[in-house]
Write a protein that binds this ligand. Structure first.
Ligand SMILES: NC(=O)c1ccc[n+]([C@@H]2O[C@H](COP(=O)([O-])OP(=O)(O)OC[C@H]3O[C@@H](n4cnc5c(N)ncnc54)[C@H](O)[C@@H]3O)[C@@H](O)[C@H]2O)c1
Length: 249
């Protein structure tokens, strides 16, 4: 039987890399789609280090550019003749509240986190429909979609947009048996969170019921489950992966 194919954006680091490694260990062909070439090569190296017979490839992609996302999906299908799972994970964070914060940062966050996920849903979903594949689309949102936190206008708005786009896409693709599910993590131990500085890391750690950040591998497991047939009861929802973070707000 031919291998199933998963495309993972933002797979050069953090949650995306852990997800690429997990799917590869489950015998998927893995497409690493990131704008960071060096990080992508490291993910590829880690995949082959674990299993010389793995199948993975890099398609360098900037998800904020629509024609690059189209190229990503076209190239994937040219190579493998199929796409089973699209994980729209690439994202950037940043504050956009101060009057002296550059407007470019606001637009860059929306272009990447919101538009990038839209392009991923549309291009992957349409090709799944054409190919008659009952696939899955998993979109990575954030708990910041649901609460206000310290002026992250663009980040929170983009992550809220992912929640509603997940619902819309689930409805649009339901007849083709394509499931669309969102995941909203809280503090995960990745370069994104650690890059915010020790104060932020401590803040997030203290909000988790277990008193520890989540590990990217824990989110990867949830992505893997959500994309599987075992998650057949879920469609259009965004699942919290927050160790209680939002339950006590
Ligand atoms: N780490 C957390 O605490 C946390 C919490 C909630 C949600 N998230 C979300 O999880 C996702 C993964 O984040 P992470 O924590 O693994 O961060 P990370 O910084 O480790 O990884 C993000 C990856 O996305 C890539 N990327 C950024 N912009 C891109 C673009 N325009 N095109 C292609 N690739 C691009 C980066 O190169 C990087 O490899 C993001 O969407 C993030 O918002 C993270």
């Amino acid at each position: 039987m031919e291998k199933k194919v998963v495309v993972i954006t933002g797979a050069a680091s953090g949650i995306g890399r852990a997800t690429a490694l997990l799917f590869s260990s489950k015998d998927y062909s893995v497409v690493i789609a990131d704008r960071n070439k060096k990080g992508s090569e490291e993910t590829l190296r880690l995949i082959y280090e674990k299993n010389k017979k793995a199948d993975a490839k890099i398609i360098e992609t900037d998800v904020s550019i629509e024609k690059e996302v189209k190229h990503l999906i076209d190239q994937t299908i040219d190579t493998y003749k199929r796409i089973d799972i699209m994980v729209n994970n690439a994202g950037i964070s940043g504050q956009t509240a101060q009057s002296d914060d550059p407007l470019e940062q606001y637009h860059e966050i929306i272009d990447t986190n919101q538009h990038g996920v839209y392009y991923g849903i549309q291009h992957a979903g349409q090709r799944m429909v054409e190919l008659g594949i009952a696939g899955s689309i998993i979109n990575i949102s954030s708990v910041m979609a649901f609460i206000s936190s310290g002026g992250a206008y663009a980040y929170s708005a983009s992550k809220s947009a992912i929640v509603i786009m997940t619902k819309i896409a689930a409805q649009m693709f339901a007849k083709q048996n394509i499931h669309v599910i969102g995941i909203a993590p809280a503090g995960v131990n990745t370069p994104m969170l650690n890059g915010l500085g020790q104060d932020q890391v401590d803040y997030f750690r203290n909000q988790m019921l277990g008193g520890e950040l989540l590990e990217p591998e824990e989110i990867a497991e949830l992505i893997y489950f959500s994309a599987s047939n075992k998650a057949s009861a879920i469609n259009g929802s965004t699942i919290f992966a927050d160790d209680g973070y939002l339950s006590f707000k």
